[in-house]
Design a protein around this ligand. Structure first.
Ligand SMILES: CC(=O)Nc1cnc2ccccc2c1
Length: 453
């Protein structure tokens, strides 16, 4: 438009009410910045991943729920400086409501539980695969959306919940061909930080923001967030003491640091013994430096990582017993994890165990050698479809050369040809595209032929 207006000549030419018609500039066919299109092959990969997640959830006794991608901004106004709440994909809607695309699922789950005010039988194990959003300004080409498998157990106060969640995550990894040599799960408890801060006389209300800062410290040098530390009233000596405790990489060294009767140590010992019972101890690594970046975690926290250390965290989670209180409700013990759709695919590709999704899944391509035979092709396709086959019926007159190339592109197993002479004998020709053999099948026997494949 701007060019047209600058280029007066164009304006003169169209100086009629057409001026209001948008000068049709070339449409930008890219999806919105930071988002992805899923073409059929991409969609087959995504559906495969979601099926793995759903199968794992089902066998672990979790049931599926969902919530709107759009939520009130009020659900995420935590003041702990988390990245996920500072990058809200938020806006004011036409009803003047401050809303946002959800950056995570847990607050929606908490809202749904609160809405039922105790009418929900506890405990429950729920899962969902929501698309979550963020708005990064200087987006370094990073995505603004991802799908994140969420698994949560509400109503169980003991570490049995965290062990069950991690066992479910392990069975997903095993299901896609990953072993404890490929992936580890670092486990810690925020009670460690809690005990250190308490000993140093730091008030409990600074706990959440301190955890978020410590999580950032894992990624950036202290100086980068010196300001935020001072704002929180954490002087250098406190930070040094804290970081020193977080260097513990075993339950033994943590016990030496905090004492054998430390609640954090007892909690982690109980958790580790539960993991032994599941037989997943080879996957577990105790690492006191793991705090995770969400403000609402209160106890055990964990994150899955690739042992080669080439990728960002695969998944993360923990206990969040106080979340409902932050919404003004009565607290219910809860624990869960989030598992994004990006890093796991990178890892499976790198390990060369991501299945191929080139084939369309079409079983048979059906085509008529000429227009007169098309109704017969319709009947043949209908018989195969009734028997449950995935059938691509060629809808226009095509040369057989084109049809075989098309069938090959689809990765179809068979090509069914309705030809003049065979049809006179009440038969059709079926070509096995993998083996190359061709047989004639009686039209009325197509159903049983299909079910015998
Ligand atoms: C690797 C990746 O896609 N991460 C990602 C992408 N989009 C998000 C959107 C919201 C919250 C976290 C997100 C994380």
């Amino acid at each position: 438009i701007s060019n047209a207006i600058q280029d007066k000549s164009l304006l003169d030419k169209t100086n009629t009410d057409e001026t209001r018609r948008v000068v049709s500039e070339k449409l930008d066919t890219n999806p919105p910045k930071g988002t992805r299109d899923f073409y059929p092959e991409d969609m087959r990969l995504r559906n495969w991943l979601f099926d793995q997640w759903r199968d794992t959830a089902r066998i672990s006794g979790f049931v599926e729920y969902d919530a709107p991608v759009l939520e009130s901004e009020a659900l995420y106004t935590r003041k702990a400086g988390e990245e996920v709440t500072q990058q809200l994909y938020n806006f004011v809607d036409k009803g003047e409501r401050a809303v946002t695309l959800r950056p995570e699922m847990t607050p929606s789950l908490a809202r749904m539980v609160m809405a039922k005010k105790g009418a929900l039988p506890l405990p429950f194990k729920w899962f969902s695969i929501p698309q979550c959003w963020r708005y990064e300004r200087m987006t370094r080409g990073r995505r603004r959306e991802h799908f994140q498998w969420n698994m949560d157990i509400w109503g169980v106060a003991g570490e049995e919940a965290e062990a069950e969640l991690i066992a479910a995550m392990v069975s997903f990894f095993e299901g896609v061909g990953l072993t404890s040599e490929d992936v580890g799960i670092k486990v810690n408890s925020r009670l460690v930080i809690g005990e250190v801060l308490n000993e140093l006389g730091i008030p409990p209300e600074k706990f959440a923001a301190t955890c978020v800062l410590v999580d950032k410290l894992e990624k950036v040098p202290v100086d980068a967030i010196q300001g935020e530390l001072e704002e929180l009233g954490l002087d250098r000596s406190v930070v040094e003491k804290l970081l020193n405790v977080l260097t513990n990489k075993s339950i033994e060294s943590l016990r030496d640091t905090l004492g054998a009767d430390s609640k954090a140590v007892l909690q982690l010992e109980k958790f580790m013994s539960l993991c032994d019972a599941y037989g997943i101890q080879d996957w577990i690594i105790l690492d006191a430096s793991v705090v995770r970046g969400l403000a609402y975690y209160t106890g055990i926290v964990f994150e899955a990582f690739d042992r080669k250390g080439q990728l960002r965290a695969i998944a993360g989670g923990g206990r969040y017993d106080k979340l409902l209180e932050t919404f003004g409700g009565d607290s219910i013990p809860a624990a869960g994890f989030g598992f994004g759709d990006a890093v796991i695919v990178e890892l499976l590709k790198e390990r060369n165990i991501l299945p191929s999704f080139e084939e369309s899944g079409i079983d048979t391509v059906v085509f008529a050698m000429n227009e007169k035979l098309f109704p017969a092709a319709i009947h043949a396709a209908a018989a195969l479809r009734k028997a449950g086959q995935s059938v691509d019926l060629i809808l226009e007159a095509k040369k057989s050369k084109w049809v075989f190339k098309h069938a090959d592109r689809l990765g179809a197993k068979y090509c069914l040809i309705v030809g003049e002479s065979e049809y006179e004998n009440g038969e059709v020709a079926v070509k096995d595209l993998k083996l190359g053999e061709q047989v004639n099948v009686k039209i009325e026997e197509l159903g049983s032929w299909a079910t015998s494949q």
